[in-house]
Design a protein around this ligand. Structure first.
Ligand code: PMT
Length: 219
């Protein structure tokens, strides 16, 4: 039986991809399966936390004992997270939020194109950065998905977004990251600690992250 060492913690978790629609049947997205975020939500629930999971579209069933809020776009995810932010004591953003959305969303399905088409994109708001700007004593956990210069970029995100912890994972490593049951992460902490974890199931990665959330929450 898991120790109830997170009893009383109110944790907000995000998971999965976002969908940025061009028209009613076409969207831009990414391969996030939601597994990392759901593992965090389930592990925290088993350790006694109250958990709200804001999830982009995934094939995973709603975890029992967790309030699940289903969203599609980055703007919907932002709204759902900001609404619940005052309630939360800790937030873990495992979602792969699209950085851009189409400038225009067509109300009707566009007929098949014959000519070349240029798509104009506008940046989405950075949800985690907004949370960091109103930190208010909350524990903030981010993920960083990188292909190169991972440590420097992840450290930059940790500082820029005012986080307590960021979990760095890689996009192009076989068997980890997007979609897979396992992950291999380096945890960079606000106090300068760097914890390199071997490849392990996402549930175990989640447990290690929650050990640190507990430490920050209690301090
Ligand atoms: O879902 P799985 O298949 O299990 O895969 C898990 C994962 C690889 C998606 C997950 O471990 C992961 O790395 N999630 C974050 C991916 C990502 O968007 O990284 P980023 O480096 O672009 O963003 C940094 C942080 O800012 C993330 O915590 C992200 O949630 C957040 N962010 C990013 C963009 C944005 N507009 N708003 C945000 O809040």
């Amino acid at each position: 039986l898991a120790p109830k060492d997170l009893q009383g913690l109110r944790l907000l978790v995000s998971a999965g991809p976002t969908r940025e629609y061009l028209d009613p049947v076409r969207f831009l997205s990414n391969p996030s399966s939601g597994r990392m975020g759901y593992a965090l939500a389930e592990a925290a629930r088993d350790r006694g936390a109250e958990v709200v999971l804001v999830s982009g579209p995934t094939a995973l069933p709603d975890p029992w004992g967790v309030e699940v809020v289903r969203v599609e776009s980055a703007l919907e995810m932002r709204k759902a997270i900001l609404e619940r932010y005052p309630w939360a004591e800790a937030v873990a953003m495992a979602a792969a939020v699209a950085d851009y959305r189409p400038a225009e969303v067509l109300a009707d399905k566009e007929p098949k194109a014959v000519a070349e088409k240029v798509l104009r994109l506008v940046p989405n708001p950075d949800i985690l950065k907004e949370l960091g700007e109103r930190k208010d004593g909350k524990v903030l956990v981010g993920f960083a998905m990188e292909t190169a210069e991972g440590l420097e970029r992840a450290r930059g995100k940790l500082l820029r977004k005012n986080l307590d912890l960021i979990a760095l994972n890689w996009v192009n490593r076989e068997g980890v990251g997007f979609g897979s049951p396992e992950n291999e992460v380096v945890l960079l902490l606000r106090d300068g600690r760097v914890v390199e974890l071997p490849r392990m199931p996402k549930r175990q990665v989640a447990e290690r992250i929650l050990d640190l959330v507990r430490e920050f929450w209690r301090s």
